[in-house]
Write a new protein. Structure first.
Length: 265
C-alpha cells in the first residue's frame, strides 16, 4: 500500500493589511508548489496589528485557509469576541479561562483526505497567568487523537524555552509544534526523534522595515522614554513567513519540515 501524504502550510503571524495583501498575492503559488491539502494561518494581528474581526477573517478564508489561530492580541479588537463565538474555524488559545468565547482546538474534516486537528495554546512565561499549556495541551491532544493522528499545535509564546519544552513533551503525539508570537523566524525547523516537526517561531508575515510590525521610530521612543506611544503599523519591506509540513496521514508523523521567508533576506 502506498503511503498517504498530507501537505500542510502554516503562515506565520499576518500583520495588518500589508501582511494580508502579500499573502493574497503569494499564497496560490505556495499552494501549487507544495500541493497543499490543508492551510493554517495565525491571524491575531490582522486588524492594524492588533486583533481580528469578521472582515479580515473572511479575507483570509477566501484564500483557501482552513483554520485561523490566535494569541494574546486577539482580545485587542472587540469584534474578535463575536467572531470567536460564531466561527469554530477561528481559534483562541485553549488555556484562557473558559468564560471567554471561542474554542481552542478543532478537528477539521477534509473528506477523503482525512481529518486534521489544530490546537492553539499560549505560553505563560512573561505573559498572562493562564492555565498550564502543558496540561491543557495533553488533554486536547488526547481528545483529538480519538479522531485523527495528524495534529498541528500553534504554541503562541514569548519564551523559547517554553516552546521547546512543550515540543519535546508532545514529540511523537503530534505532527508539528509551530511557535508564533515573537515575529522573528528561528533557524531550527526540524523533525524531533519521535516524529514531530518543530520550529521555535514561524516568523511574521508583514512589514520588516519595522520593529516586529510597529513603526521603528515609535518603538525606539517607547524604549528610550519608557512611556506609552500609540501603536502605528509599518508598511514597507513586506515579507511572508511560513512552514511547509509533509505528514504521513496514517501515523501523523512528520516526514518533512521546511521553513521559508519570501522575499528572502
Amino acid at each position: 500500500m502506498s503511503q498517504k501524504i498530507l501537505n500542510i502550510l502554516f503562515i506565520g503571524d499576518i500583520v495588518g493589511r500589508p501582511g494580508l495583501d502579500l499573502t493574497e498575492t503569494l499564497i496560490k503559488g505556495y499552494v501549487q508548489k507544495y500541493a497543499i491539502d490543508f492551510c493554517v494561518a495565525n491571524g491575531e494581528n490582522l486588524v492594524e496589528g492588533k486583533g481580528i474581526n469578521e472582515e479580515m477573517a473572511q479575507r483570509v478564508f477566501a484564500l483557501g485557509v482552513n483554520v485561523i489561530t490566535g494569541g494574546n492580541h486577539l482580545w485587542d479588537n472587540w469584534g474578535a469576541r463575536k467572531l470567536l463565538a460564531s466561527n469554530r474555524n477561528v481559534l483562541r488559545p485553549l488555556n484562557y479561562p473558559s468564560e471567554n468565547p471561542g474554542n481552542g482546538f478543532i478537528v477539521y474534516d477534509l473528506g477523503e483526505k482525512g481529518k486534521v486537528g489544530v490546537l492553539n495554546l499560549q505560553g505563560r512565561v512573561y505573559m498572562q497567568a493562564l492555565d498550564c499549556p502543558f496540561k491543557r495541551g495533553e488533554w486536547a491532544v488526547a481528545k483529538m487523537q480519538e479522531q485523527t493522528k495528524v495534529i498541528i499545535v500553534d504554541m503562541h509564546a514569548e519564551a523559547t524555552a517554553e516552546k521547546m519544552a512543550l515540543g519535546w513533551h508532545l514529540d511523537g503525539r503530534i505532527t508539528a509544534l509551530l511557535g508564533t508570537h515573537t515575529h522573528i523566524q528561528t533557524a531550527d525547523a526540524r523533525i524531533l526523534p519521535r516524529g514531530s516537526a518543530y520550529i521555535t517561531d514561524v516568523g511574521m508575515t508583514g512589514p520588516y522595515d519595522s520593529v516586529i510590525g510597529l513603526k521603528k521610530e515609535i518603538a525606539i521612543r517607547r524604549f528610550i522614554h519608557q512611556t506609552p506611544y500609540k501603536y502605528e503599523l509599518a508598511s514597507h519591506d513586506v515579507r511572508l513567513s511560513g512552514v511547509h509540513i509533509e505528514a504521513d496521514a496514517e501515523t501523523g508523523k512528520a516526514l518533512k519540515c521546511e521553513s521559508f521567508v519570501y522575499p528572502a533576506f
